[in-house]
Design a protein around this ligand. Structure first.
Ligand SMILES: [Zn+2]
Ligand SMILES: [Zn+2]
Length: 345
């Protein structure tokens, strides 16, 4: 079968490999749709020490498909079932897992290899993070389960409530998911971004107002422009950072109303720091939450949102392409041409 192998930064090759055979507890899946992700682009450019400790390695982690074969002892799944799986599974027994903080699991097991014709899901992920999907849910819409699950995690930490004004900083795929989910919670959403194209998508996703940040120079000016269109100019009840740049982390905190919550979601690069006005932090009682990854409970909610159509996964997809368009798609993402491509083997 055909599978992409990652040989190092800038070096992804489609190769012929032996299809995997499911061992005890494992499940083999014929991949019908695989989605590109910002993490794939980062890994392709710079490598990724936790995702790819040894090279060459299979590549890609967002996929949906059909079960073709199950290993010994598997009772939950059978050939012919349509499934989607998360890219990791917490161990359930480390310190973090036992206090209910599974996104911080010390032994997260990763699954890579979505950009291929077939994948074998390891036992732990079969048991705790693989889900059947209904006939009505297209594979292409189900594939982006992982990022949606992380956004569901962010929503759970946000405290967004009915009638809130929410500012989402960044209107890429993650920002678009926050815009839609915050509305499901009954919030009015303001979207801020540098790109007119992404802001148009944010409006289509239901943002009540947009701010084109390219019209302002400093972080303070940008935050002021956002606050100016919140009720009474007070600031956001909740502001989300969905970019991963320290200056946008700062902007996010500066968007808040007194007592507001900043959800700091986008992953900045190693060594990044950001500055907060300590006096404002004290007198305005800001709350700041870091959010990383997901947990099975959030993945279950994401599967439900996708399966019921409450969240349409296809809205994230720039274009459906054949599997051999992976490198070209990553390069298009890197040039800002598209944000998420679905590849069909
Ligand atoms: Zn991803
Ligand atoms: Zn654990």
């Amino acid at each position: 079968m055909r599978a992409y192998m990652f040989h190092g930064p800038g070096d992804l090759r489609m190769e012929g490999v032996e299809p995997g055979k499911p061992g005890p507890g494992e499940v083999a899946v014929e991949i019908k749709a695989a989605a590109t992700c910002g993490t794939d682009l980062k890994s392709y450019r710079r490598g990724h020490p936790t995702l790819f400790p040894t090279l060459p390695a299979r590549f890609g982690h967002e996929f949906a498909g059909i079960v073709t074969e199950v290993g010994e002892g598997v009772t939950k799944f059978a050939p012919g079932q349509r499934v989607v799986a998360a890219n990791t599974c917490p161990c359930g027994s480390c310190w973090a897992c036992t206090i209910g903080r599974e996104s911080l699991c010390e032994n997260l097991q990763y699954l890579n290899g979505a950009f291929a014709e077939q994948i074998v899901i390891p036992k732990a992920i079969v048991e705790r993070n693989t889900y059947e999907i209904p006939e009505t849910l297209p594979f292409e819409a189900a594939a982006p389960l992982e990022p949606l699950s992380t956004v569901v995690h962010g929503m759970a930490e946000s405290g967004i409530a009915l009638g809130d004004t929410v500012v989402v900083n960044g209107a890429g795929p993650i920002g678009q998911m926050y815009i839609r989910l915050a509305q499901l919670r009954g919030a009015s959403v303001i979207s801020a971004d540098m790109s007119a194209g992404r802001l148009a998508q944010a409006e289509a996703a239901g943002a009540i107002a947009t701010v084109n940040l390219s019209e302002y120079e400093t972080t303070a000016e940008r935050a002021a422009a956002i606050r100016a269109i919140t009720p009474h100019g007070r600031g956001a009840d909740v502001a989300v950072e969905a970019v991963g740049l320290p200056e946008v982390w700062e902007q996010t905190v500066q968007c808040l109303r007194p007592g507001g919550t900043a959800v700091l979601f986008g992953g900045p690069k190693a060594g990044s720091t950001f500055t907060v006005d300590a006096v404002a932090m004290h007198y305005k009682e800001y709350k700041m939450v870091g959010v990383y990854h997901h947990a099975p409970r959030y993945v279950q909610i994401a599967v439900h949102l996708l399966s019921t159509g409450k969240f349409d996964g296809l809205t994230l997809c720039t274009e459906v392409r054949p599997l051999d368009a992976l490198v070209e798609s990553l390069e298009d993402m890197s040039r800002g041409v598209g944000s998420k491509y679905i590849l069909r083997p």
